[in-house]
Each structure stands twice: as C-alpha cells, then as structure tokens.
Ligand binder design. Sequence first.
Ligand code: SF4
Ligand code: SF4
Length: 192
Amino acid sequence: MKQLGLMIDLDRCIGCKTCIVACRNNKGLVDHAGAMPGEIPHYLRVESAREGTFPHITARSWVVPCQHCKNAQCIKACPSEAIAKDAQTGIVRIDKTKCTGARKCIEECPYNVIQFNVAENYAHKCDLCFERVVFGEKPVCAEVCLTDAITFGELSELKARAHEAGREIDKKMSAMSVVYLKPTPKNTLATR
Ligand code: SF4
Ligand code: SF4
C-alpha cells in the first residue's frame, strides 16, 4: 500500500502555529461566534522542549497531527466501523456519517489527536487534507508553513530525502507515517 505522510524538520519549526490556523480555516473548525480560545478544535498541535543548562539552552518545536498509523488503534476501537485506512493513500479517515459518537477512538488514540463535535455528535481529525492530495496538491499545513518545516509526500520517499540530505530521523518519534528529523548540532539555538 502506498503511504502518504509528512516530514517535520526540527531545525526549521519555530512553533509559530501558522499551520494550525490555516488548517482550522481550511477545515472550517473556527466558530467565530461561539468558541472560546481554548475550545476551538485543532487537527495538529505544537509541542516544544528545552535542553541543556543556562546559558546554553536549546529550544525545539514540532507539530503533532494524526500519525496515520500502520495498525491504527482508532480503527480497532471504533464500534461502528466509521474509521478506515484508505487503500490508495494510507490515510486514516473518519466517516462522520457512520460515527455514533461512542468516543472509543478518542480513548484509544495514543497521540491524542482526535476532536469531537458535541453539537453534532461525531469524532473528527486530520485526514491529511484528503480532498486536496487526491488532486495532487499539498496538505494545507505543508503549503503554508513559513519556514518549510513540513514536507508532504510518500513515506519511503520522505525517508530517502532525509537520508540524501544527511539528516537523521528520530526513530522514536517517527514510528508511524510522520517523519521527524532530529535537529543538527550546528543549528543549536542558545539563549542569552
Ligand atoms: S494517530 Fe490516533 S487518530 Fe491517527 S491513525 Fe493513529 S490512532 Fe488513529
Ligand atoms: S494535513 Fe491538512 S487536515 Fe491534517 S493537520 Fe495538516 S492541514 Fe490539517
């Protein structure tokens, strides 16, 4: 099976959240009238970590969307077979017309990336912008990233590109279909 995915470069991500905002707009997740800031659904989140000791501290950011898992726990957990892995692209998608609102997928997803629409009683999440990529376009997050930290493509090609560029893949973070590139020592950011 072909497996589409994303590659996140920890040398490039600055944690600006432009991708989150663009994704929300593209997927209609923004309820301008009613939602409070902490309640707006999001299909990806920014995580960050600091390493080292003062004055040599490094700060890193990266984004976490659905990982489009190989043996997705959300698919196994769904009692109504509303979640499936697309045979052509490897994208894990939720069919909201089949979702009964059981929320089992939310309980079982190890990456905590599934959102829930309370008003309409269905689970939803990143579908790697299925409606765009089937027409040869990039997912919105990869399109808008200000620093080109997000690359879209076929998983094996993404890994080959990382290898050709001499970049090391963080294997622990890259267990599924999102590849995370370890930061290179030369790009260490020291605080003053
Ligand atoms: S990250 Fe969660 S929602 Fe995405 S495929 Fe894996 S188990 Fe399912
Ligand atoms: S691939 Fe599309 S739906 Fe998924 S996080 Fe990126 S912009 Fe959002």
